[in-house]
Design a protein around this ligand. Sequence first.
Ligand code: GUN
Ligand code: ZN
Length: 440
Amino acid sequence: MPSPAPPIALRGPLLTYTGDPFRDGLERTMVHLPDAIVVVRNGLVERAGPAAEILPTLPADLEVRDYGRDALISAGFIDSHVHFPQTPMIGSHGEQLLDWLDRYTFPTELKFADRAFTREVARTFLGENLRNGITTSCVYCTVHSHSADILFEEAEQLGLRLAAGKVLMDCRAPDGLKDTAETGYDESQALIAKWHGRGRLLYAITPRFAGTSSPEQLAAAGALWRAHPDCLMQTHIAENQAEVAWIKELFPDRRSYLDVYDHHGLCGRGAVFGHGVWLEDGELQRLHEAGAAIAHCPTSNFFLGSGAFDLRRALDPRRPVRVGLGTDIGAGTSFSILATLNEAYKAAQLSRHALSSGHAYYLATRGSAAAMHLEDKIGSIAPGMEADLVVLDMRSTPLIDFRMKQAESFTEQLFIQMILGDDRAVQATYVAGRLAYARS
Ligand code: GUN
Ligand code: ZN
């Protein structure tokens, strides 16, 4: 862990959320301050509020870093579903999910038997996260236990809050990428003992999906989660129609795809289910009751031709499901959360829902934190919250600068960023109050 960063105050326009705008409305939950100060000490936010109020009270020797009027200070972005080992294979052409896994993903993941390669990819992955303002992610590693060790080591060096897990996969995968129900349990348990709760790191029990785990392995994962209920649990669900049909064939006794997991003790508070494009109403109801979450991965859903996730249906106020945002690299096509929100907007449009910019940035920050049950620690800017921050440059390209001159409201400015912006809009990223990335 890095030593604590010296105290500092950041100045600039600020955006944050005090609650869930999908439930309680933007007026009651979105906070926009045109000129704010965020005081950061010992890795936490100490104070945040209007500059006019806070500036006169600051100690004379406290450094105030002023990002100017064209910046936006937000909680760091949170990626609730991503595969770090797929960084080397983003943009692999031509297949839908099940063929894509066989043709590109598994051959790539086999390369992680090599530790030096694993470390190189982990560093590249975390570097891309910081360049894109992502300060927390919920990460799938490979089946190799050392892939989780190496990612945790690298995240610890950076002081990141990060959740990750070694993939559990004991069937229907190539030799060299399979564990067993027993070795997968034992190795995951050893990783939990070593990493879960160490500094800011968390373990996510990670059965890849029902397609690559036997009933014995799913049961073992459920038993492991029961033994360590404060771990997260992540897997994939109902991403693609051929996958849904295949899982039905593999588990004919189960009522639904979700029931395959539920039956084995894998549906509960702290579960993060990737995709969920093709979930049925009863499954959404059960996710709601269980406090489980869906990671919405729009660039991936479009790239693999999986379908358009219906966000509004998932959030139906009669049984709202927690929803976070995921890049799902490498089926996802961008590390940029702004680019991911662009695709989330288009996905919503396909079900006649014009996702507002205010709601979209919630998904990328506090919403994803809530999906991981971490909204008391990260995802918003308030006293006591961990000081993971992103500073956006609202005029990062000539076109954005030109378009911004026409903007008539703050929410229009925000929308412009998520439709036209990308990594170039990320001016600085702070991890636990320390500058971890600055655009040169
Ligand atoms: N389903 C099972 N494994 C994967 C994966 O690696 N990526 C995606 N997008 N879906 C999956
Ligand atoms: Zn995935």
